[in-house]
Design a protein around this ligand. Structure first.
Ligand SMILES: Cc1ncc(COP(=O)(O)O)c(C=O)c1O
Ligand SMILES: [Zn+2]
Length: 398
């Protein structure tokens, strides 16, 4: 059972019953380097026999502990999950014959391409939505504040999908160069899309992020897939790892493509520390690998956030979903790699390009970002039975 949160940086504690506890209480725009991690009672709660992952793993989840701590009954919380998380499925995690033949080890693929909104991103966002809907049902919310997200891809689509189903207003801040395939879909879902241009004299940084921050400062809910911006995204993300753990595969390594880092952090937490986490970035954007190198074996990484997690200068890769210039959830990844005996892996752009064909030939209808874990296999990162996550569907024909 989840008890609450503790900040990895300053140690602040937050009870799970606290509503809208998106960030560490000490975090501020001037001091954003804080991130909450979940604390539980150490007992792994029983799963509920249900095909929806958010019902199945409810008893391990923070949104569920939040509901019960505020007086909601277990049955009311579960029926809320069945409705808010309707359409989520336990995605396949099976041995892939084509990849196994090619690489000479058992390769297990978690195929997330058929998940709600075509990627794993909705898993992160639905735990924030569940928190909001629980709070609303219990009379803790008042008038609905708008949701806000800064993203130009899968996360924006997942966010708009969930918001639209709840008829919850959402503002999506996107760069002007957004892929039209996403733009059309997000518009159709009724999101309020802000295309953020850079103007001469603007402060440095991403103009879409700046728009997002000012919306949140004005009262919007940070509907974010980055742990430091909204820790509640780290709750639902763990379902992907729990699903993989339940299959009982022989994998000893988990290869995950890393952008902001929430996916790898959650998948590794859910799967457990007996599986080594190999965190994959491309040569065109590898801030995590650089941070790990700068850190060495320092056992107080949190104290060195600003010094080692340096924004990447000009991120570029075909795998455009992992071009975050900072690995926001780097602290939990450092911990996960250390406890599991894993490491960062940097792949060449040539491997990223080849991985798309290899993954699709192996029956995984992935985007380049979704194939980036396979790029690590092409470069020989694996040493035994290994898991990859086909994290997002190919939209090039959309
Ligand atoms: C398909 C896909 N895979 C992986 C990632 C990386 O996830 P994270 O940013 O949590 O590291 C993204 C992020 O946009 C994505 O869209
Ligand atoms: Zn803190």
């Amino acid at each position: 059972m989840v008890l609450g949160w503790v900040c990895r940086v300053c140690g602040a504690e937050v009870d799970v019953a606290t509503p809208f506890s998106w960030t560490c209480p000490s975090a501020s725009p001037e001091d954003p380097h804080h991130v909450l991690r979940l604390v539980d009672d150490g007992v792994e709660a029983e799963v509920i026999d249900d095909a929806n992952p958010f019902v199945r793993f409810a008893r391990r989840s923070a949104w569920f502990a939040f509901a019960l701590a505020n007086g909601m009954s277990e049955s009311a919380a579960l029926s809320l999950a069945a409705s808010v998380a309707d359409g989520f499925s336990i995605t396949p995690f099976t041995v892939n014959a084509s990849l196994s033949d090619r690489f000479g080890v058992e390769v297990w693929a978690k195929d997330e391409t058929g998940q709600l909104a075509g990627s794993h991103k909705a898993r992160h966002l639905v735990s924030i939505m569940l928190h909001l809907r629980v709070a609303e049902e219990l009379g803790l919310l008042g008038r609905r504040p708008p949701l806000a997200i800064s993203s130009c891809g899968n996360a924006a689509l997942a966010a708009s999908t969930l918001a639209s189903r709840e008829s919850w207003p959402i503002q999506v801040f996107v760069p002007t160069w957004m892929d039209p395939a996403f733009g059309v879909a997000i518009d159709a879902l009724g999101a309020e899309v802000h295309r953020c241009e850079r103007h001469p004299g603007d402060p440095p940084g991403d103009p879409a992020m700046a728009g997002f921050r000012s919306s949140v400062a004005g009262g919007a809910v940070p509907f974010s897939v980055q742990g430091p911006v909204n820790a509640w995204c780290l709750d639902g993300g763990r379902t992907i790892g729990w699903e993989m753990a339940e299959v009982g595969s022989p994998v000893s390594e988990l290869v995950v493509q890393v952008g902001g880092g929430a996916l790898a952090s959650c998948a590794s937490q859910g799967l457990g520390s007996s599986v080594a986490l190999l965190a994959v970035q491309t040569e065109g954007c590898a801030p995590l690998e650089r941070a790990v190198r700068l850190l060495g074996d320092d056992d107080r990484p949190a104290d060195r956030w600003a010094e080692v997690m340096i924004p990447w200068e000009e991120p570029h890769s075909l795998a455009d979903g992992i071009l975050d210039d900072e690995t926001y959830d780097w602290l939990s990844l450092v911990e996960a790699m250390r406890v599991s005996g894993g490491r960062p892996v940097v792949v060449s752009e040539a491997a990223v390009v080849e991985a798309v064909t290899v993954a699709r030939d192996a029956g995984l209808p992935v985007s380049p970002t979704g194939a980036a874990g396979v790029a690590a296999l092409l470069e020989g990162a694996q040493s035994g039975p290994v898991a990859v996550i086909a994290s997002g569907v190919d939209r090039s024909g959309a």
